[in-house]
Design a protein around this ligand. Structure first.
Ligand code: FAD
Length: 671
């Protein structure tokens, strides 16, 4: 009897937070269901695959992190393929498709994907499918879903071409034309979203024709892979919060930096790190571990019917006959964790429900109307509803369980689908030179308004938790600090996150231009504290000019670090402090005409700034949490450079790109 040989594909991923990995795993699982053999590896596992000899179609899913950098586990791979000694036909045998994940709120969108793609092309590899650029800033699904949908037909074509005798004359015909991008598909999806919005009164739980009557294309059921046993704990010993590399440090002081009538509340937290020396520099940030909210963990335990077993230890094992490719027990769940610990410290229980998770929840839902609605939400036809009622309001598992009472998932499903609870980074807002043994940071308490799906609204996970934590010792503007006993001193688990490029230049004579509205001013407080100390210690040195562009809503409500900044100006550490208030009329007037945002202030000083940057080799830093700020500043810089140097837009862009390459235009932004 002839033996049937299944075609094979190789799936590679490079992932920082697990998103690219989970997409790659989904591809590998689906491939198996479609009768293919899928091998899946992290690009860092160079010993498990060999691209030099690979003849099967390769699918690469890779994210971008930081300032356009590869994820940590892709660094080695990128370095390897960038080797100058590789010839231009090194990968001439390779046929691949690449999905790049990124976020257009950050500079260098999908840079890692673009780098890998560009280099593979230079080395002769060919696309069998157009590269997808999925944007987390607007929702990965917009590009991801159509990209995944078209992938299988492309793989089928690639496999049949590979098995057919290759015509010698045209080696490039598997290449997808550059016009064939996924932007058009993304537009289709957005249009669909608009039409379903018009006139519809649907909701998370309710749909109307045509969707409610439509035949549905529902994704395949993700194969389950974990067995979970809950065992009564034999000892009373709780697993502590022991994340590797984290230290528990006391909060020595905390102050509210905004007035009570400010729209946003900013808090300063001062950590006492004297017993846990951390070798930080201004420009670095620190990761803060935060737990899920006690009330949400309690509600989840109740809803899962596991409240009476919250102190039981969980034991995880892989299902022997699982169809999931590369199934692994999550490494971030310590052995002997109790159920309560797992839900409090290990899983991001608020993470936005992915379609694959919703698909799995269908199987655990009894009531037929609820079942149908869940099928719709994960189906191709229900994409617009998914975006409107799940993605945009950022619904998590708890929100869904509240709305679908007959849905009763097993604990294993949550562990399989919920990502790792991530620590939140905060920029250091101090210098060890000025404050030995201390590390300060500042944050806004994030407030999410109420929506139909979540009528109470809520606060950001970490910022809400931190604000509750420091509340007993919080110093309000103009009030005396309440005394705290050592037993009531709040403590946080933190770990240093170095940023080797966002640093002060070693040459003290170089001019500095700092742009940091809102809490984006944090690293510059550290820079200026360090500069102030360096000036005291080196009175003979001539220091470069320092400019700070700060912005907030109102002069008397949210002008963060006002006294400290004015002090820097007073003692000459800061040569120019430019502050704009987006909601105040300019002094002496009733109406607004002056600069509203930092980029407007920049334009007012275009001559000085371009001169410092381009003729005096200055350094420009941008930091902040504003969604569009970094882009607006970039546009303003381009406009300034074009005008000052009489360049066209393209040349001005190139000049900015050169500054980036020289590490003289640096960004540290978040949203
Ligand atoms: P989360 O619960 O994580 O929610 C915030 C995020 O979820 C938002 O990004 C938003 O996109 C999304 N979100 C959640 N729910 C909703 C909803 N209902 N509607 C819309 N969107 C929603 N922050 C500072 O304040 N100060 C700093 O100095 C600082 N430094 C940083 C440095 C770096 C390198 C990075 C990457 C980030 C920095 N941040 C800083 C941001 C900070 O890490 C956190 O992201 C922020 O404090 C929010 O955390 P959270 O847990 O309170 O919010």
């Amino acid at each position: 009897m002839p033996c049937e040989v299944k075609p094979r594909i190789l799936v590679l991923y490079g992932s920082q937070k697990g998103q690219a990995q989970s997409i790659a795993e989904g591809i590998a699982d689906e491939a198996e269901e479609k009768g293919l053999i899928a091998e899946i590896c992290c690009v860092s596992e160079g010993d498990k695959f060999n691209l030099e000899k690979e003849r099967a179609p390769v699918v690469i899913v890779v994210s971008t992190t930081g300032d356009g950098d590869p994820p940590d586990n892709a660094l080695k791979f990128v370095k390897r393929i960038k080797k100058k000694t590789l010839s231009s036909d090194h990968y001439a045998h390779l046929c691949y498709a690449l999905l790049a994940l990124g976020d257009t709120n950050y500079a260098n969108f999908c840079n890692c994907g673009k780098t890998i793609d560009g280099r593979l092309q230079e080395l002769g590899a060919k696309h069998f499918y157009a590269t997808g650029y999925a944007d987390d800033g607007v929702g990965l699904e917009l590009v991801l879903d159509p990209w995944l949908e078209g992938l299988w037909e492309a793989i089928r074509r690639a496999l049949s071409k590979m098995s057919a005798p290759q015509p010698k004359r045209d080696v490039t015909d598997t290449r997808v034309s550059s016009e064939e991008t996924f932007e058009s598909l993304a537009t289709d999806v957005s249009l669909h979203l608009l039409t379903s919005e018009t006139g519809s009164t649907a909701s998370l739980t309710l749909s109307f024709p045509p969707l409610s009557e439509s035949a549905l294309n529902v994704p395949n059921l993700p194969p389950p892979y974990l067995d979970v046993v809950l065992q009564e704990a034999t000892t009373r010993e709780e697993v502590g919060c022991v994340a590797e590399g984290f230290q528990e440090v006391p909060v020595s002081r905390s102050a509210k930096l905004t007035s009570d009538d400010s729209v946003k509340t900013a808090l300063l937290v001062e950590l006492d790190i004297s017993a846990h020396p951390m070798d930080y520099q201004p420009g670095d940030s620190l990761d803060v571990l935060c737990p899920n909210r006690v009330s949400e963990v309690g509600e989840l335990l109740l809803r899962l019917g596991l409240m009476d077993r919250k102190s039981h230890c969980i034991q995880l094992s892989l299902q022997k006959d699982t169809k999931k490719k590369a199934a692994q027990i999550p490494s971030y769940i310590p052995e002997n964790s109790t159920l309560q610990y797992l839900l409090t410290w290990c899983l991001e229980i608020r993470s936005v429900l992915k379609k694959a998770f919703i698909r799995s929840l269908v199987e655990c839902t009894e009531e037929s109307g609820e079942k149908r609605r869940l099928q719709e939400l994960c189906s191709k036809q229900g994409s617009a509803d998914y975006n409107l009622y799940v993605r945009d309001p950022r619904l998590g598992i708890l929100d869904l369980l509240r709305a679908f009472p007959s849905c009763q998932p097993p604990l294993s499903l949550l562990i399989e689908h919920l990502p790792k609870l991530q620590p939140r980074p905060y920029s250091a807002a101090s210098s060890r030179m000025r404050h030995p043994g201390q590390l300060h940071f500042v944050f806004n308490i994030i407030e999410f308004p109420a929506c139909i799906e979540r009528p109470g609204g809520r606060r950001g996970l970490c910022t809400g938790w931190l604000s509750d934590l420091v509340d007993p010792i919080l110093l309000h503007p103009g009030k005396v600090q309440s005394s705290s006993t050592s037993s009531s001193v709040p403590k946080v688990h933190v770990s240093l996150r170095q940023n080797c490029s966002f640093r002060l230049p070693s040459d003290l004579s170089k001019p500095l231009i700092m742009i940091g509205p809102g809490t984006g001013v944090a690293p510059f407080i550290g820079f200026l504290q360090q500069r102030e100390k360096e000036r005291e210690d080196n009175p003979e040195v001539v220091f470069g000019e320092t400019w700070l562009f700060f912005g907030c809503r109102h002069r008397d409500r949210d002008f963060l670090f006002r006294e400290e900044l004015q002090g820097f100006v007073g003692n000459g550490t800061l040569t120019h402090l430019k502050v704009c208030f987006s909601r105040d009329p300019p002094e002496g007037t009733e109406t607004r005409t002056g600069p509203r945002y930092v980029q407007h202030d920049l334009l007012l000083h275009a001559k000085d700034i371009t001169n410092l940057l381009l003729r005096e080799n200055g350094y420009l830093y941008v930091c902040g949490d504003a969604k569009n700020m970094a882009k607006d500043v970039n546009d303003a810089l381009m406009e300034m450079i074009a005008a000052e140097l009489q360049l066209d837009k393209l040349e001005a862009m190139k000049a900015l790109a050169r500054l980036r390459e020289e590490k003289r235009y640096l960004q540290d932004i978040w949203n």
